[in-house]
Structure formats: C-alpha cells, structure tokens
Write a protein that binds this ligand. Sequence first.
Ligand code: TTP
Ligand code: MG
Length: 540
Amino acid sequence: MEEEKSHLRTIIHIDIDCFYAQVELQSAPNLVNEPIGIKQKNIVVTCNYVARQYGIKKCMLIADAMKLCPKIILFNGEDLYKYRQASNQIHSLLKTFVNDVEKLGFDENYLDVTELVAERLQKNKTYTNPVGHYIGNFNNACSCGCHVRLVTGSEIAFEIRQKLKRDLDFTSCCGISYNKLLAKIACSAHKPNQQTIMFPNGAIKYLSTLGDVAMIPGIGFKTKESLLSINIKTVKDLQAADIKALNKVFKNEETAMTVKNLSIGICTSSVKKSSKPLSLGLECGAQKISLELDVKQKFENLLHRLLILVEEDGRIPNTVKVTIRKQGEGKIAQKETKQSPVSSSLFTHPISQLKKESINKLLNIIMDLFKKIVNVSRPFHVTLLGLSFSKFHEKHLNSSIASFLLKKGDLSVQSTTNLKSIENFVEAVDEKMIICSKVDSDSEVEPSPKKPKLDVSLSQIKLEEEKNVSSPSKLKVESLNLNEDLELTKNMNIDQDTFNELPYDIQQEIIREYNIKYLKMKHVPCSKQSLITSYCISNH
Ligand code: TTP
Ligand code: MG
C-alpha cells in the first residue's frame, strides 16, 4: 500500500535521437541515409543511426570509427551555437505542454505530466491501450490506478514526439513512468524514435537485467567503487544486498538506503523547472600566453562569443568576471578571478547591433581586470583565460533604472581577488578542449565529451533538493559598489544592512515602488530620483 503511494506521479523523460547529428542533417538533408559523425578534436562525439549500424559508438576515436566505416562523413561539432539554439527551441516547445520541464544537458528533458493526465482522465473516461512499448504486465494492473495514468502519459508522450517532429523536425525517444529514474531507464529501452512505458510490476525485473550497477542513473564512479569493495557488481547483486553491509560501506544509512532503493526503482526526486543559468561564461586554454596583445585578442574573441550567448539568453548582465590561470615559477598554477560591475546601457538588443564603442568599453574593463591580476610590465605566463557575465536582470528592467544604478560602477574595477570560483559552464574553444568540469548548479550543462548516458553521480541526485539555492534573485547588490543605490536607500529611510541582505530583484522592486510612490505624490526629492522617475514615466 505504501509502495502504491509512490505511483501517483506521471513523468515523461524525453531524449532526442543522435542530437548533434540530427541538427547537422537539417542543413544537409541529402546525407540523411549516409553514415555521418560529429567530431570534436579526435573524437566522434555522436553519429547518426546509419553510422551506428557499422558499430560506431558515441565518443569513439575518429581513427577507430574510420576503421569501422571508412566512408563516414564527419562534421565539425566544436561550435556549439547551433546545438544550443536547437536545445532551447526543444525546451520551449516542451513547455507548451506543461510548465514543469526540467532540462538535463542539451537534449534531455523531464516533464511532470501528472496534472495533465488527471485533466484528461476527468474528461475522457475511456480506457485506451498503451502507445508504444511497455515493460511489465499491462493486464495485471496495479490497484492504485497507475496503469491508466501511465497509458494516458504514453498518449501525451506520443503527441509531444509528433509535435517535435512536425515543428522542429527532430525524432526522439520517450520513457513514461511514475518516477524520474524509471522514466529515464524506460527511455533507453527502445531506440531510436520509439517510446516505452515502465509499469511498476515490471520495474524490478527489468532493472535486474541492466547488468553493471553503473547503468543506474545516480550510481557514479565513486559509488560503484564502494559497491565493488563489498563485491557488488551488478544491479541484481545490489537488489539482493544486505542493507547492513551497505550501511557499513557508505557509513551513512541514508546513502545506503538511497543506493539500494535505486536498484529497485524507488526514486522520490521531483521534476524541477529549469531556470536560467546564474552566469554565462567561456574559457580558453592555451599552452602559454605571454603577450598583452594576445591576451586582448583572445578576450575579444571570447567576448564576441559570449555576447551571442547573452543575446540568446535575453537577460542583461550586471557584472563581468575575468578568470586567469597563471603559471608561477615552480608554483602550482592557480586560478584567480576579478570582477567588475558593468553598465547595462552597454548592452543593446540585438547584440549584433552593439556599438563598436560599447565593445571597446567592455574590452577595456576586461583588460583592466586582467591587469589587476597580472603585472604586464613583467614577463608573464598564462595558461587559461576565462570570461563570464553574471548578476542578470530581465530585459524589461533594461536601460534607465539599471544604468542609473550602475552608471558610476561602469568603469570602476572592483577588487575581489581569489573569489572562490563559481565554475560556469565552459565551452570548448581555441587551442585546448576544456571539458565541462564543475558545473554551477544553476548553469546550463554544456555537453563536452561526457560520461556514459546513465552514469550520473549519486551526489547529483542526492543534492537535487539543495540545488537551485542560488538564483539570480539571490544575488546581493552590495557587491556591486553602487554608491547611488546607497544614497537612494538612505533617502528611503530603510535600514541599509537589511536592504543589502535582500535579493537583488526585491531591492529593485523596493526602489521601483518607492519611485512610483514619489510619482503619485508628485514629489521628486533629488536629481537622482528624477532619473528613475523618468524611467517610470517612459516605461509605464
Ligand atoms: P546523447 O543524448 O547521449 O546522444 P545522442 O543524442 O547523440 O544519441 P542518442 O540517440 O543515443 O540519444 O547526447 C546528446 C548530444 O550530446 C550528442 O548528440 C552529442 C553530445 N555529446 C557530447 O558532446 N559528448 C558526449 O560524450 C556525448 C555522449 C554526447
Ligand atoms: Mg540523445
């Protein structure tokens, strides 16, 4: 009975077939029946299903792939722009079905369709057959009614896949179940362009056929190692494992139970609506950069690429951050960062129409930051340059308010050396492939050659509840060095420390309300307010 309570949700996991390959084939439809692969450096990161028939697998060395299929056509997949754009379009399309869509990497999404299923069942009481494949016994239905819900979920999944094909020309796979774990596992059961329901009465048996414990999402390298130490190699071994033995090896009952539960298909993680990343960043690695001119050129290149991301994102950043890895004599290379506020007036949309003057201004701020970290009057050796934008606000807050608040900070360089680095998502650029390593919880996950599909770290699942703690709204304005803001809040007669502790968007809201009140009272106390007031007039 307790177990049946866990079948109340209906979750769909959707994964685009050979994603990068489909994106490339959209502009080369004549190659659709040819074996094609997408290369990044010396790896074929993915290939179409024609190429897979030759035995080519994801992340295979190009040399090995060529041996298997000498006529494979390779596309360069190092510029992620097209893939990112397609990924965003897919995510937006999915959000037309339900609000709760969680993006996982570029081509996977979870949808919680529980409410949609309930609405459909209320309207249409007729019992239909499962769409696509199913795992478990369809005729031996669970008494909680989940079979009917999952079947309805399979109809929705089919509609989603049809719409993806019709509107965006992507084929995809779906898994439908009552939790994220089983939906994801079901999704991989039949590929490509198919869908599968996992009924509860089929879950344990199906999981036991997966073999290696690492095939379970949530069991990563470390967990696998711990399990191996007590001779647990397969999912079947884990299902039969004694919980006391697991407690001993993980030294934590909760972890032991979570791991054991995964092996029998129990997972309580909810679908978290994906939010925009906290920061957008790019890094560029090199053997040695030792000329100021080279640094400037590389930053300019990074800046142009980053501005494209900002344009796609649609928000306006308030802070720019520079990251450097310096090679000191005999010392271990260390990353250092410095950041500075930037005026939102520098960012016009579309970014493509950004004035040369604004780009130069940004570049000057960036170079100033660089020079705060590296003494360019002496020989230097840098092996990594990074650039990121953060502290975003939505476009509608554009121009006057933000630029008013930030005007003076525009060119002032703020000193925040050795900020404990929040690793932004990292893209492969220039000389060296930088693997997407630590990813900020709010950042978009950028796939560089990644772990096998189902090898997600346990900590990722465990920490899911704690994630999303940081959001743009939680950024503090205090670090922005806004003298005008301080003065303004003094006028507003509110406690400065309390104000500084408030999330950025609430601070903005308070300021806006304050000014609207002033507008109503037709009382504008000083010239600074009048700037905000004019914002209110022109935008309301
Ligand atoms: P996947 O969904 O793992 O692969 P896929 O969509 O190409 O194929 P499948 O039909 O099996 O789902 O990854 C999505 C994209 O991410 C993939 O098209 C290329 C990219 N990718 C990497 O950049 N590095 C990697 O290691 C892998 C596996 C994928
Ligand atoms: Mg895929």
